[in-house]
Write a protein that binds this ligand. Structure first.
Ligand code: GLY
Length: 372
């Protein structure tokens, strides 16, 4: 078991990692069940997959503890992060009689967490929520830190709010049913922590990749806890990403978002896969600038490939040129006028925000990678 505090003044909360947490939810989140002790249903939001996999288990546990759940179930996939679903969900929360003192339970991956977090940020000007992440990616990244958002015509995550959960409960056992591809995509975000801020953790991941992907309980808990401890530290230092601290968590994301945009934000390239490829490009570009050695860039690439993640731009089979990828980057929400901060590596285990990157040079570099 690991308990990791997120030390935000006035909004501090804990991330608890323990096998079997879902089966003892009413104890693990006891304060947040109290308002429902009078018989009001506890609001749960899930997607159709997580509801099918865990809904009955949650219902049975709640019933045994004298509670009843009411479910709002969304279709799996990014389409749930829309104005339309947000409207349906907030209408439902109001119909449930949710008050500012209440907590809504989000059971699912990043889509459910982002949607519920944003709905709770705006319902009655802010009610509480508890994150119950069910994918590795959500467990190590999106459920912690309070970034919530929906997607709009203009792009992904452009409408949202910083709204911290009151508790994050991570039950690694829920990963038993996660498809291997999703597991690998989540592992990309785990590798990110090693690359951006902890060389020893990166070396541990190189040695333990198979164990983590095979869901070895001890290895998995170590990977999740180490990742969250770093995220919690960074979020506590720079909650709103104004100090070049939280931005470090975007390692691989600028290249990655461009690849996601080029592939239509589709199953062709999952977010974690795009981040993995983006981290290879960030490492290679750092080597291209002479900031890390070619051998270190190779080491990053090898670790990513060893996890079964995309590590070669040429192998993705894109038909575009580098300038087209740079064009996607210009629409990135991190763009600052005509420039774009890039997350690069000073060494394996230390990322930094570079503000002097020439986008023409990036396009030429990408042309080389596309043709390699
Ligand atoms: N996923 C990056 C962040 O939470 O800041």
């Amino acid at each position: 078991m690991a308990v990791i505090p997120v030390a935000l003044a006035g909004r501090a909360y804990e991330v608890v990692i323990e096998e079997g947490l879902l089966a003892r939810l009413t104890e693990a989140a006891a304060p947040f069940f109290k308002p429902y002790a009078g018989g009001r249903a506890v609001p749960f939001v899930a997607d159709a997959n997580t509801h099918r996999l865990f809904g009955e288990r949650v219902n049975a546990h709640l019933a045994a503890a004298g509670f009843a759940a009411e479910w709002f179930v969304v279709e799996p996939g990014e389409d749930a992060k829309s104005w339309a679903v947000l409207e349906q969900l907030t209408d439902w929360l109001l119909a449930q009689g949710v008050t500012r003192k209440d907590h809504v339970f989000a059971l699912g991956g990043g889509v459910v967490g982002d949607l519920v977090g944003f709905a709770c940020a705006v319902t009655k000007r802010g009610c509480g929520f508890v994150q119950l992440p069910t994918t590795l990616l959500a467990q190590v990244d999106s459920s912690v830190g309070g970034k919530t958002a929906i997607n709009t015509r203009a792009g992904k995550n452009l409408i949202g709010a910083f709204h911290q959960p009151s508790l994050v409960l991570i039950d690694p056992m829920v990963l038993a049913t996660l498809p291997p591809r999703e597991m690998r995509a989540g592992f990309a975000e785990v590798l990110k922590y090693g690359l951006l801020g902890d060389a020893a953790f990166f070396a541990w991941l190189e040695a333990n990749v198979e164990k983590v992907l095979a869901r070895d309980p001890a290895a998995l808990e170590h990977a999740i806890a180490t990742s969250i401890a770093m995220k919690a530290r960074i979020v506590a230092e720079d909650e709103r990403e104004t100090e070049d601290r939280r931005a470090l968590l975007n390692l691989g994301h600028t290249f990655g978002h461009a690849l996601e945009a080029e592939t239509g934000f589709s199953d062709r390239l999952l977010h974690g896969e795009a981040v993995a490829m983006g981290m290879v490009l960030a490492a290679k570009y750092s080597a291209h600038r002479g900031e890390i050695s070619a051998a270190d860039a190779d080491r990053a690439e090898t670790a990513i490939a060893a996890a079964g993640l995309p590590a070669s731009l040429a192998a993705l089979g894109l038909t575009c040129v580098g300038a087209a990828l740079v064009d996607h980057m210009r629409h990135d929400k991190k763009a600052e006028g005509t420039t774009l901060p890039f997350l690069l590596l000073r060494r394996l285990g230390e990322a930094y925000v570079a503000r002097d990157v020439d986008l023409t040079d990036i396009a030429a570099f990408l042309d080389g990678e596309l043709a390699a």
